[in-house]
Every structure is written in structure tokens, then in C-alpha cells.
Design a protein around this ligand. Structure first.
Ligand code: 2NL
Length: 344
């Protein structure tokens, strides 16, 4: 019996040693130490032993059982530790791998132009003013020297909400509102960017909705030379240090005198090319000295105050600057177009 127990011990310890995983180890535990296992079998035969041998054999059987049990426990810990190690090895993160690219958007080309122009004028002491896109006929037309019968209203046919309310056709109403708030006291120095609407058929150069930036300065002793100096700076900032400007007489109901402002061609430098249609000059904005009627209607004494104002279409500036051939690109949101204006 003693031999049989020693044999079982040897056998069990070898099996434990050879166990490759926790399941196998558990099977070994059940088969050697379980109720139907060989040790239990051996102990059942103890009845045949003498009273003297019985306790010895009992003690030996317990010893064998404890030894096997301890070995199983030891092996179990080793296998569990190995499993953790294996899993850690499998889940190792290589921190030197390049990261996944983060997709970033970019500003719309019109936003870029607007912000560039805002920056320039803010640097000269202007503030940015905004106002409603749904506007009163009074601020959009009347306060700008365009009474109901005025023929120039035709060129700015609008979308009417009622007889007196419309989608603004220009950002000038923001300027009229701002002047009114000043209670006849200067200086006013503002720049007004925003969306405007006209009843037009869309094509490569026309859109029923577009963006404008207008500027207004009202103070004492503002002269045409102030207008010219300011717009020359503007042209150089947007189209290059070497640019010059040229003023041509024009007409706007809200300015007198009025001028069209041309910039010397940024492509050919003024020699003549396809961009400037061989003239050397590109028309970029309209401007003039604020009409006395406009000053008076907004509460300024036109004998004391003078001012200049200008307005430009943002799409036109962007098309010139970036070489865009169709105004509809700005609104169709094709990412192949938009992505080209990503900085960096
Ligand atoms: C253009 C020309 C212009 C103005 C806008 C203006 C505003 C007030 C008073 C006087 Cl409150 N003038 N704005 C003046 C001259 C030209 O815009 O071609 N815009 C796209």
C-alpha cells in the first residue's frame, strides 16, 4: 500500500509538471484528489490493515494528498502568471508607431477674404458692425438717398417680405443704423461684412445671394485724399505691395462724388494680360464721399461732418485673388474645391 501511494505520488507530480494549461491541471486535480480518485481507492483498503499500521498509512496518504495538492497550487499560480505575461506580450502597444491622421477642416475662401480685410481695417482703428439680413425698406434704400421712385432701385431688385420689409440688397443699412445710433456725433469708423440678396439669375458671375464688405468713415475734415490713401493700403494688403490704384468717376446715389476703384493688375503688373483684359487695371470696388442727404438723414450735420464710404463684392475679390472662374463654386460645397484653401 505504501508503494502504491508512492507510485501515485510520482505519477501525479509528473502529470502536474507536464500540465500545459489550467484546464489540464484541473483535470489532474479531479482525477487524483477527487472522491473517485486513486488515493481514495487506496484509503478504502485501510480496513485490511493492522491497528498499528493504519494510522501510519493514514498519515502517509494525507502527506501524499497534501504534497500533490501543494504542487497543483504552485503549478496553477505559475500557469496563471504565464497567461498574464502572454496576454501582456500580445497587447503590447508600440508607442513609436505614427498616429492616425486627424482630418481637419479649413475656413471657407470667402471667410478668409473677409477676415483678411477685417484685420487690415481693425488695425486702422475701425470696428466691425453687423446687422439684420431681413431689413426695412427705409434703411436699405430711403436712408441711402434712394427714395421709392428712384430708378437706381431697379438694379437692386430685391426679395420682398412685405411692401416695407425685404432681404437687404447691400450692407449699407448697417452703416445707416450705426450712424443713427451715434446721435450726430463723430467719428464713425466701421466695416460691415455680410450676406446680401438680389433678384438675379445665377450664372458664372451672378448670384442671388452674395457677400459684401462696406466701409464708412464719418468725422470732421474727412477728404477724398483720406479715401484714396485708405483704399491704396487696402489694394496693397490684398493684392501685393507693388500695387497702385486708379480712381475713375462714377455714380452711386449715396455718394457724391463717386468713384470706381481699379487696382493695377497683379498678374502682369500693368502691361496688359488676359486677367486685366489688356488694360493693366482691374476694377475692385466702388467708393465716394458720403452724400450730404445720407449724413443728414442719419442725424449728422453735413456742414460740420464729411465722410467717405466704399463697398465691394467679396466673391469678386476672392475670384480675382485665387483665380476662381465661377461664382457658384462658393456655394456648391464641393470639398475638392474647398480643400484647396487649406493653409499649411
Ligand atoms: C459697390 C459699391 C458702395 C457705398 C457702397 C455707402 C454707405 C453709406 C453711405 C455712403 Cl451708409 N456709401 N456705401 C458707397 C459707395 C460704393 O458700393 O460696388 N459695391 C459692391
Amino acid at each position: 500500500m505504501q508503494e502504491r501511494l508512492k507510485e501515485l505520488q510520482e505519477e501525479a507530480l509528473q502529470a502536474v509538471d507536464a500540465a500545459a494549461d489550467l484546464k489540464e491541471l484541473n483535470d489532474i486535480r479531479v482525477s487524483y484528489l477527487g472522491k473517485k480518485g486513486p488515493i481514495t481507492e487506496v484509503l478504502k483498503g485501510m480496513g485490511k490493515l493492522s491497528a498499528e499500521e493504519r494510522p501510519k498509512m493514514g498519515a502517509l496518504a494525507n502527506e501524499v494528498r497534501d504534497l500533490i495538492s501543494a504542487k497543483i497550487e504552485e503549478k496553477q499560480q505559475a500557469l496563471e502568471a504565464a497567461a498574464v505575461e502572454a496576454r501582456l506580450a500580445l497587447e503590447t502597444i508600440d508607442v513609436t508607431l505614427p498616429g492616425r491622421p486627424v482630418h481637419t477642416g479649413n475656413h471657407h475662401p470667402l471667410t478668409r477674404i473677409v477676415e483678411e480685410i477685417e484685420d487690415l481695417f481693425i488695425g486702422m482703428g475701425y470696428t466691425v458692425a453687423e446687422g439684420p439680413e431681413v431689413e426695412k425698406d427705409y434703411y436699405n434704400f430711403e436712408a441711402l438717398n434712394l427714395p421709392k421712385s428712384h430708378p437706381a432701385r431697379d438694379a437692386q431688385d430685391s426679395f420682398y417680405i412685405t411692401e416695407e420689409i425685404l432681404l437687404r440688397t447691400q450692407t449699407s443699412p448697417v452703416q445707416a443704423r450705426t450712424m443713427e445710433k451715434h446721435d450726430g456725433k463723430g467719428p464713425v469708423k466701421i466695416i460691415c461684412p455680410g450676406k446680401v440678396y438680389r433678384r438675379d439669375s445665377d450664372d458664372a458671375t451672378h448670384s442671388h445671394q452674395f457677400m459684401q464688405i462696406e466701409g464708412l468713415v464719418v468725422a470732421e475734415n474727412i477728404r477724398m485724399s483720406d479715401l484714396k490713401g485708405t483704399l491704396e493700403l487696402f489694394a496693397k494688403k490684398l493684392f501685393g505691395e507693388d500695387r497702385e490704384i486708379r480712381l475713375r468717376p462714377s455714380f452711386f446715389p449715396f455718394t457724391e462724388p463717386s468713384v470706381e476703384v481699379d487696382v493695377s493688375c497683379f498678374k502682369c503688373g500693368g502691361h496688359g494680360c488676359n486677367i486685366c483684359k489688356q488694360t493693366g487695371w482691374i476694377e475692385v470696388l466702388g467708393s465716394g464721399m458720403v452724400h450730404p442727404n445720407v449724413l443728414e438723414m442719419s442725424g449728422f450735420d453735413s456742414k460740420k461732418y464729411t465722410g467717405f464710404a466704399f463697398g465691394m463684392g467679396v466673391e469678386r475679390i476672392a475670384m480675382l485673388k485665387y483665380g476662381i472662374d465661377d461664382i457658384r463654386h462658393f456655394y456648391t460645397n464641393d470639398t475638392r474645391f474647398l480643400k484647396q484653401f487649406k493653409l499649411n
